[in-house]
Design a protein around this ligand. Structure first.
Ligand code: IMP
Ligand code: MG
Length: 506
């Protein structure tokens, strides 16, 4: 696949999802990795997941950047990432086994360190009321600890004595909380959840009845993981600065998506880092002003969300949300494996069929991803939030999935149906039409989509050029419609194959 002409004028390119993650960023990062000298991650942690093909086998990676398979390119896990050394170790073992070198991999010495206590707290909280459907990878406790001045960084692993000293003092508050949770559940006649969660994480031996954690054992174990990554841990902020200075081409790999950003997403149903370009640039060691172009990834004409939280365009609404919470992939396939776009009976089944055809199951948790129509209200908001050099470009992915469904619906506004809500100077009342995205869960749960309807595209998986995509009547109309809304389209993905990537050349 030929690299487009417009890349000649770009030094820093970023790939960021406009939605709730899982928009097919991995494929785009892989595509642009051919062009880049450096591939850098800047946010999130092992809550993310992407599938990489090695020796014709599929592997799901959570931390190692997608560019690892290119031996001459530098891969960096930046300062904004929450790094779990245990998961990284598992991924490095896979690379060892498959004979893939990772001499080109560097980890920010100041990346936030996630380890057992953070994961325990994350998982225990999910067992209590008020959960949001976290992946249980320790994100919130890690970033909370960082801003609460009780955090750890990767460099701590290289200094066992200071690490051990820090353990007891930095984790003191967490021990109090975990003890309280344990008592609360025991009093209700439950079992020792803290111990059970630690067993589930494979570390029951690190449990201590009195102090929750056996700090001695934890210090020893994690210091040995520190030895494992010693040599990869580096001052990557300086590396990136020097790369920028010497004209190297840098690709920033986003994780999660704009609507999951702790600062701009559908709070509180978000992850704990800023997954927009603003957080990504910072977490990679850059500023937003260093980024020449952001390509915002929009899955279309459907989108997905995993975990709880409002999703105005969800196919099948509440019924779908409930179903996805309790079902698993196999059970769904047994009941609905026969569905086709020609036979779906209602909106709910359309959502199921889209999920199955699109392979929409969580790479990290295996959960069912909720499916819904493309929402332009949130997409336009994402475009504003992620603009660099005063604009933002777009890539459309998974356009081939709904082939065979005769119509497409695109949400262009919402009707508000809830109680009066004051949003700054805007008083929102029932019946109001909303066109500005309001990233507040209490408002979004009362937003009913207003749709524009289009004809379905039919089978577009064979289209092999930018021009041909525009000659397809239905697809061409849809692209024009998006352009009228201000989206500058750079790329269209019409299949999972690398060659099914149509790029605007000029
Ligand atoms: P956490 O990041 O594990 O705390 O999860 C917070 C919310 O973000 C949950 O709804 C997760 O399902 C969602 N989430 C986290 N990472 C991803 C991702 O990589 N893709 C999609 N959703 C994610
Ligand atoms: Mg993913």
């Amino acid at each position: 696949m030929q690299l487009p002409k417009w890349l000649d004028t770009i030094q820093v390119l970023a790939i960021v999802c406009a939605q709730w993650g899982d928009s097919g960023k991995g494929k785009l990062v892989d595509f642009f990795a051919q062009w880049a000298d450096y591939i850098v991650r800047g946010t999130g942690g092992a809550n993310a997941g992407h599938t990489i093909l090695i020796n014709l086998k599929k592997f799901v990676f959570h931390l190692v950047p997608c560019g690892i398979l290119y031996p001459y390119k530098i891969n960096i896990i930046g300062n904004g990432v929450a790094l779990d050394p245990e998961i990284l170790d598992e991924e490095l073992r896979i690379l060892d086994r498959e004979g893939v070198s990772y001499q080109n991999l560097f980890i920010a010495l100041n990346a936030k360190l996630v380890f057992l206590p953070h994961k325990v707290l994350d998982m225990v909280r999910e067992l209590r009321k008020g959960k949001i459907g976290s992946t249980g990878k320790g994100m919130a406790p890690t970033y909370e600890a960082h801003v609460g001045r009780k955090g750890f960084i990767v460099n701590d692993l290289l200094n066992p004595t200071t690490f051990k000293d820090k353990l007891e003092s930095n984790l003191a508050d967490m021990v109090v909380i975990l003890k309280a949770f344990r008592e609360e559940l025991l009093e209700k006649g439950g079992t020792d959840v803290v111990r059970e969660v630690m067993a589930k994480l494979g570390h029951e031996d690190f449990y201590d009845e009195d102090n929750i954690f056996d700090f001695e054992k934890i210090a020893k174990y994690y210091s040995s993981l520190g030895n494992r990554i010693n040599g990869m841990v580096a001052d990557t902020d300086t590396m990136i600065f020097e790369a920028l200075d010497s004209g190297k081409k840098i690709l920033l790999e986003g994780a999660q998506g704009t609507l999951l950003s702790v600062d701009y997403g559908t709070y509180p149903f978000v992850t704990s880092s800023d997954s927009t370009i603003r957080g990504l640039a910072k977490g990679a060691g850059l500023t937003t002003a260093d980024v020449d172009r952001t390509i915002l990834v929009l899955k279309a004409p459907y989108m997905t969300r995993v975990g709880d939280g409002p999703f105005p365009t969800e196919m099948g609404g509440i019924e779908s949300a409930k179903w996805c919470r309790r079902m698993n992939e196999e059970a769904e396939a047994r009941q609905y494996g026969h569905l086709t776009f020609a036979t779906v009976a209602d909106d709910f089944e359309l959502g199921v069929c889209t999920r199955i055809k699109g392979g929409e199951f969580g790479a990290t948790t295996g959960r069912l991803r909720r499916t819904g129509w493309l929402d332009l209200v949130s997409a336009q908001y994402a475009m504003e939030v992620n603009r660099t050099k005063s604009c933002c470009h777009v890539a459309l992915t998974k356009l081939d999935v709904m082939a065979g469904y005769p119509e497409i619906k695109i949400c262009i506004a919402y009707t508000y149906t809830g109680p009066d809500f004051q949003y700054g100077r805007q008083l929102i009342r029932t019946g109001d039409q909303i066109t500005n995205f309001i990233p507040v869960a209490e408002v979004l749960k009362y937003c009913q989509p207003i749709y524009e309807t289009f004809a379905g595209f039919g089978d577009i998986s064979q289209i092999d050029s930018w021009e041909a995509a525009h000659e397809n009547e239905a697809l061409g109309k849809f692209l024009d419609f998006l352009r009228a809304y201000g989206f500058i389209i750079d790329l269209i993905s019409n299949g999972s194959d690398r060659n099914q990537t149509l790029v605007r050349q000029r």
